[in-house]
Design a protein around this ligand. Structure first.
Ligand SMILES: Nc1ncnc2c1ncn2[C@@H]1O[C@H](COP(=O)(O)OP(=O)(O)OP(=O)(O)O)[C@@H](O)[C@H]1O
Length: 681
């Protein structure tokens, strides 16, 4: 799997979203730590951080950092131009990190916008016995009835770097892992560029990725999967922590099977969703192309392919994310393929085990986006025969983390089932009012991709100043495969930015700078300056260089070493050897502005996040967004309204345009199926 590195911007690929029916990734989640004894969680201890400054080095602990973002906009043409420019400059265009910044627009200062704290709502009191309705090992379906009243997660953190001098007067923070941003078409020696003038300092301490503790119900699922080895489907409404849990499960399973790299197949229904969990599409894993043809044909094809067959033989656990978009017919086919391929031909008595004996870990919310069909009604995975035979445990997560307002949670739940009360309808209508904001504009969600592109392009064009184009590099060594990965990630492969562009973080940098955080570009800087840190903080005696490049002792200036280094960097920037990246002022959930130099490496599992002024509802699936403006006018899919509105963390941060209760629909089959779910205490 290629490890994409991300670069900078210039639209080659638009930001907004890919096609409505395109695969769309889900967001990266912060790291969570399982601690069964501890709930509510206690904040982890801060760890000291060391910083590597030079390109390609890492800031310890900030491995997941990165920004994503994108603007719709001059994509193809600019991409080609940018590429040509980069090639002309002898710069590589390969490498797969993708950086997706979230960009938004400037705003004339103002109050900070605090993000809503994480909320845990007490789960419903309903509990009952499990049922088992299959002839196979009886599937049980339950929700964990969590009696605790959780507390808010630790919020406080400090970023590792403070950029003292950026192109704006505000302080800046930087953190990142490998920096693999490359500017393509930035104006050489741009005035906007921080260039050698920027200096990144390490701030006091850095509690990078603070651990989040899984809730008891999440832990229950984790145990069922990892310790008990059960076939589990866990579901739950939007914001109940399915993605967070899945990430933890994947990493635990990988540890469990560390001697067999192919033991855990991490897959999802779409490329984008797969990318978010560091996996591949279910089709790709199974080596079945688009999955047409009979089971026999598909099995024969796999057997002809040595690698594919070996992969099937070695797999022990199959993880499937976003299962709501997996077609039920495909699910049955996969089960039969697995049974056929995993059958032991040497054993006369060997009967096929369900799904070939592979452990299944499946998650998703069938009330969200359904399988893509051409006109006909979709067949859901839960309708598959193999589903009944193979899924032994269905767990319904009940604790909503994304929203804290119980009224809002109830409204969303009604919407999920497509049945709104009059009072809720009135409230949704009332949400058409303008949102108040001081700096960061609400991110607009549209059903249609072209509306997203238009919105982002218009906003970018309306900004004064020059565009800077950044291209992601792909670390994939095989030239024929380079860049392929880009289409499956949220980050654009080429991103166009200007100072003032509103962007959205699409990776988790730390506890505060999380996927979905929005900010705006305030300048362009050089990450290499991050090498020079704390010692130079304010007011002490130091050295600088005069116009003849001679060290001169001055008060409050930099050391001669630093001065020389900065000088070299300035020269490097001027000659094009050293590339700059965007400096983004993020509005963190606790209302603090943090500036971060964005030049990150994206790995498959890092992908997450969204963009700037606008994005599609499909792409927003999985996101948590503080201020959202949703236009439901062109909603065309059941579950789409629910996905869109459930991205918001609060009613205060949600504006709904063209709300129409008739467009709040759920699939009847899903409603019926959900009634069959029972709950266990
Ligand atoms: N145990 C937890 N403690 C604190 N916060 C959590 C926990 N689990 C999840 N969250 C937070 O809740 C929010 C929603 O989580 P997540 O995206 O995993 O939900 P989801 O069920 O996958 O949502 P969706 O179905 O909309 O994609 C995120 O901000 C996540 O960080």
């Amino acid at each position: 799997m290629s490890k994409p590195r991300m670069l900078s911007s210039q639209p080659k690929r638009s930001w907004g979203d890919s096609h409505i029916s395109d695969d769309e990734p889900e967001n990266t989640r912060p790291d969570f730590t399982l601690n069964s004894d501890e709930w509510p969680p206690t904040p982890p201890k801060k760890r000291p951080v060391t910083v590597a400054g030079a390109k390609g080095k890492q800031v310890a602990g900030a491995r997941q950092s990165s920004v994503g973002g994108g603007l719709g906009g001059a994509r193809t043409a600019m991409g080609g131009q940018a590429q040509a420019q980069a090639q002309a400059q002898g710069r590589p265009l390969t490498s797969t990190s993708v950086q997706k910044p979230a960009f938004v627009k400037e705003s004339p200062g103002g109050s900070k916008v605090p993000l809503a704290p994480l909320f845990r709502r007490a789960p419903s009191a309903s509990t009952s016995s499990s049922s088992s309705s299959s002839s196979r090992p009886g599937p049980s379906t339950y929700a964990y009835n969590n009696p605790t009243t959780g507390s808010v997660l630790p919020k406080k953190r400090t970023l590792p770097w403070e950029e003292l001098e950026a192109s704006s007067s505000r302080s800046t923070t930087t953190s990142s892992s490998s920096r693999n941003f490359h500017e393509l078409a930035g104006p050489p020696g741009s005035k906007n560029a921080t260039g050698g003038a920027g200096r990144l300092l390490m701030s006091e301490s850095m509690d990078i990725k603070q651990k989040v503790v899984l809730s008891p119900e999440q832990q229950t699922v984790h145990k069922l999967v990892v310790e008990d080895g059960k076939n589990v489907f866990f579901t739950g409404s939007a914001g109940t922590g399915k993605s967070v849990l899945l990430r933890e499960i994947i990493s635990s399973l990988k540890r469990k099977y560390k001697s067999n790299a192919d033991a855990v197949a991490v897959t999802a229904s779409t490329g984008m969703a797969a990318c978010n969990i560091g996996g591949q599409t279910i089709h790709s894993f199974a080596s079945i192309g688009i999955g047409t043809g009979s089971v026999e044909q598909l099995v024969a094809n796999v057997k002809k392919n040595r690698n594919a067959n070996a992969k099937w033989q070695r797999v022990k656990v199959l993880v499937v994310d976003e299962v709501s978009m997996v077609d039920g017919i495909l699910f049955d086919k996969l089960a039969k393929i697995a049974e056929s391929l995993k059958k032991n031909p040497r054993s006369k008595t060997a009967a096929s085990k369900p799904f070939g004996g592979i452990q299944l870990v499946v998650t998703g919310d069938f009330f969200q986006l359904p399988p893509v069909t051409k006109g006909s009604s979709p067949t859901f995975a839960f309708e598959a025969q193999a589903w009944k035979e193979c899924i032994h445990h269905t767990v319904n997560l009940t604790q909503v983390f994304r929203q804290k307002d119980t009224e809002f949670i109830d409204m969303l739940n009604e919407m999920r089932f497509g049945k709104l009360r009059k009072s809720s309808i009135d409230k949704f209508y009332a949400l058409k009012r303008e949102l108040k904001y001081s700096e960061i504009e609400p991110t607009e969600l549209f059903p249609m991709r072209h509306d997203v592109d238009r919105a982002n392009t218009n906003r970018l064009r309306s900004l004064a100043g020059e565009s800077r184009l950044f291209r992601a590099e792909d670390s994939e060594p095989d030239p024929s495969k380079q860049g392929q990965w880009f289409k499956n990630i949220m980050a654009p492969d080429v991103l166009e930015l200007k100072i003032g562009a509103q962007v959205m973080l699409i990776k988790n940098l730390d506890q505060n700078l999380v996927n979905g955080t929005v900010g705006h570009v305030v300048g362009f800087g050089v990450p290499e300056l991050a090498d020079e840190e704390e010692e130079e903080e304010g007011g002490r005696e130091g050295w600088t260089l005069n116009s003849r490049d001679e060290p001169v002792r001055v008060k409050g200036e930099m050391s001669v070493t630093e001065a020389r280094k900065r000088q070299k960097i300035a020269e490097g920037v001027a000659s094009g050897r050293i590339e700059q990246g965007p400096v983004v002022a993020w509005q963190t959930p606790n209302g603090i502005e943090k500036k971060v130099m964005v030049r990150e490496e994206f790995k498959h599992e890092d992908n997450n996040g969204q963009n700037a002024w606008a994005m599609s509802i499909h792409k927003s699936q999985g996101q948590t967004i503080q201020r959202v403006k949703v236009d439901l006018g062109k909603v065309f899919e059941k579950g789409q309204s629910y996905v869109a509105l459930s991205r918001a963390t609060s009613l205060e941060g949600l504006q709904v345009l063209r709300f129409d209760p008739k467009k709040v629909l759920a699939h009847e089959k899903v409603i019926q199926w959900s009634r069959s779910l029972e709950v266990l205490s």
